[in-house]
Design a protein around this ligand. Sequence first.
Ligand SMILES: CC(C)(COP(=O)(O)OP(=O)(O)OC[C@H]1O[C@@H](n2cnc3c(N)ncnc32)[C@H](O)[C@@H]1OP(=O)(O)O)[C@@H](O)C(=O)NCCC(=O)NCCS
Length: 188
Amino acid sequence: MTPVSYMVGPKIDHTKHTMLRLETFDKDSYEELISWIGSEEELMQFAGPAFTFPLTKEQLETSVNDKNRFSFKVVNSITNVTIGHAEIYLTDHSAYLGRIIIGDKEQRGKGLGQQIVNLLLDFVFSTFDKTKVELNVFDWNVGAIKCYEKVGFVINPNKKIERQIKNEIWTAINMTIDKSRWQRLQLD
Ligand SMILES: CC(C)(COP(=O)(O)OP(=O)(O)OC[C@H]1O[C@@H](n2cnc3c(N)ncnc32)[C@H](O)[C@@H]1OP(=O)(O)O)[C@@H](O)C(=O)NCCC(=O)NCCS
């Protein structure tokens, strides 16, 4: 199946002077995403247990063909360089954000993630009939949790998932944001 083509943005964050846009993630970008995932642990951190390390083009192709999944590359609108990846997954009751990554580790922790999440929320709330968005994130992933909290997500204490990785159990927490809350925060 050929995925629907979409583009979100550009959006200017006047405080950080960075402009990002979301574009359809296609075959040309598979190799670059694969190059960003260096270990089994990084793959689990990025995508949960859906993939097997090493990530392959075939696994990505299967994922892209899922009609409930919208996969984006994150592009710097000034340089046109792809800097990351992000996805939206629709269920009957909810929309999930996930598989969000900024490829260059040096570029993390500088506010780009918050811009990506806001672009994803903009896409969900303006495209689909959803009033709530959720995500799962490992409880030790402090930078990611802070990123989501700064956008307006709150921790849902009623939902947790445990994942086995090698000999360890990692716990993922669930975070949610309502459309009305996100829209209110956009006005601030
Ligand atoms: C998760 C990810 C996309 C977030 O993007 P990001 O650009 O790093 O996030 P942001 O900079 O917008 O927000 C993170 C915030 O937490 C802060 N932070 C980062 N690491 C931190 C830490 N260890 N402890 C406390 N705060 C931390 C940052 O300073 C920033 O806050 P600020 O805006 O007040 O400065 C990115 O870190 C990433 O690619 N991580 C690897 C893949 C991953 O874990 N994906 C998540 C899957 S659920």
